[in-house]
Design a protein around this ligand. Structure first.
Ligand code: TZP
Ligand code: MG
Length: 209
């Protein structure tokens, strides 16, 4: 079981626009280029495909010693010995997830723009908190918009690491890091190019002092 890194680029898979082969190839380039954590987010394929992809990605993450987090599906995370789960409002609660997966696995909780939800998650066993969408995104419908000032407030009120998500680019990402974001979670910014290596390296430099 891997521990949460201190900070860095948190890659989230774009499964809507990639075949399994492309997903694996691009993810390898992304990990090679310095992403510190990977979330498998697939709301598009059947369970058999999702399990197959998740198993392959888990092996990749192990090779790079990067925590592998599964979105939504606690059972899949347990079945393939993932390093953690990421849960939102429609999923199992944080305290229920903690009972199901035990003390060691990472639990990330989506909190949108809601600091009270984040405080509740911190008190019920979460490992990190995610806020967003901070900017316009085409990857997820019906997002709630969060203001970057929320990160500063969250860093004062919470002990847990904070992940920022939603429309993060090389241009706007630094502002979120300066506000205190420990991780930038990015989908299209890194998965859109045919070879994600250079853009991934550029996102990684946003964490340089
Ligand atoms: N949750 C809030 S915004 C978002 C999710 C999963 C999508 C982020 O994708 P992108 O392409 O980095 O804007
Ligand atoms: Mg979910």
């Amino acid at each position: 079981m891997k521990l949460l890194p201190a900070k860095g680029l948190y890659a989230i898979t774009d499964c809507e626009n990639h075949t399994t082969d492309h997903l694996i190839r691009k993810t390898k380039q992304i990990l090679q280029s310095g992403a510190v954590m990977l979330q498998y987010r697939n709301k598009y394929n059947d369970l058999a495909t999702r399990e197959l992809q998740a198993r392959e990605l888990k092996i990749l993450c192990d090779n790079y010693n990067v925590p592998f987090i599964i979105n939504d599906d606690i059972e899949l995370a347990i079945a393939i010995s993932a390093d953690g789960v990421h849960l939102g409002k429609g999923d199992r609660s944080c305290d229920m997830a903690r009972v199901l997966i035990g003390e060691q696995m990472i639990i990330g909780i989506s909190c949108y723009n809601d600091l009270d939800r984040a405080i509740a998650a911190e008190n019920t066993g979460a490992t990190y908190i995610a806020f967003g969408a901070f900017f316009q995104t085409n990857t997820k419908k019906n997002t709630v918009r969060a203001n970057p000032e929320l990160i500063q407030e969250a860093k004062q009120r919470l002990k847990l690491p904070v992940v920022a998500i939603g429309g993060i680019t090389l241009e706007n990402g630094k502002l979120l890091v300066d506000a205190g974001a420990d991780f930038l979670a990015v989908v299209s910014g890194i998965y859109r190019p045919d070879d994600p290596s250079r853009v991934t390296q550029s996102y990684v430099t946003l964490f340089d002092n």
